[in-house]
Design a protein around this ligand. Structure first.
Ligand code: ATP
Length: 272
């Protein structure tokens, strides 16, 4: 790798600088800064109402900051065509508003059009079909090819939506609580798929929102702890997901353990 390409690989995909977001007179994000580089896998953690989904919506070019700057792939939000930027961002939203009974493979294919439904008269190109099949195999959902949306479980939907988000080969993947509501087997399958995805695409960056440390894939590299719209701590996962910092973030005595790369949390024993 030449120096130039090494520099390009290390340059941030995402950079938020002292961002405030105010809605209805309420400060939802307060001086939040974050830099995400290729190959980094960030976890956004914090209690209910901390501002995690709000921050994800800024990173996904869904809304603009009130103050401060957000740059995505070197382009400043507010000074560039948001639709253009969104092509490089896979955003997996658990509240996917699909109304029709699309089949599994067609749901994945809608990632190529960026629409929720299949547009009238649109036909996928052979390479789009091949990519959809490859992604479905990687996420272990090939068997859902003909199954329709209303009949799918939450875990099945979640994995199809990740495959869908990967169709345009995004540089950045945003995952909003991907494991919420899954049983333990479905959660573990999902986390393994995310680990595999990251290993197969070393330049991809991801930002994953969760309330639960148990829902963090072992491949998580960095973490940000948010509370009341403010950053409690951010940096390498091992240095950020500590008993002291997580206790401060959730305002509850929590003991953190890391085993085999995965995290667990429980209430700290009194006096511990
Ligand atoms: N448009 C809005 N106007 C006013 N308040 C809002 C708006 N959108 C979100 N909020 C508030 O902002 C705060 C942060 O919400 P957000 O959904 O980002 O939190 P979160 O950390 O993702 O929470 P949870 O863990 O419960 O999903 C909440 O108090 C929410 O009620």
């Amino acid at each position: 790798m030449t120096l130039d390409s090494a520099e390009a690989a290390a340059s941030p995909l995402l950079s938020a600088d002292r961002v405030d977001l105010v809605r209805s007179g309420k400060t939802l994000l307060d001086q939040v800064s974050l830099v995400v580089r290729p190959g980094e896998h960030w976890a956004l953690l914090g209690p209910n109402g901390a501002g995690k989904s709000t921050l994800l919506s800024l990173l996904g070019a869904v809304q603009h900051p009130t103050r401060g700057t957000v740059e995505i792939l070197g382009r400043r939000l507010g000074r560039t065509d948001i639709r253009e930027l969104r092509r490089f961002i896979g955003h997996v939203n658990p509240r996917h508003d699909l109304r029709s009974a699309l089949r599994g493979r067609d749901i994945v294919l809608t990632g190529a059009t960026g629409s929720i439904e299949i547009p009238p008269r649109w036909r996928p190109a052979p390479e789009e079909e091949a990519r959809a099949d490859h992604l479905m195999a990687m996420l272990g959902v090939t068997a859902l090819r003909e199954e329709t949306w209303p009949t799918l479980s939450q875990g099945e939907r979640g994995r199809l939506l990740i495959a869908r988000a990967l169709m345009p080969v995004p540089r950045l993947l945003l995952l909003d609580e991907p494991a919420t509501g899954l049983d333990v087997a479905a959660r573990e399958q999902l986390l393994t798929s995310i680990d595999q995805l990251r290993a197969e695409h070393p330049d991809l960056a991801t930002v994953l929102v969760t309330h639960h440390l148990e829902e963090l894939p072992a491949s998580t590299t960095h973490a940000m702890l948010l509370r009341g719209g403010q950053v409690v701590a951010a940096g390498e996962a091992g240095a950020t997901l500590t008993t002291k910092l997580v206790t401060a973030c959730f305002d509850h005595p929590i003991e953190i353990e890391r085993r085999g790369g995965r995290w667990s949390a429980r209430t700290a024993a009194p006096g511990a």
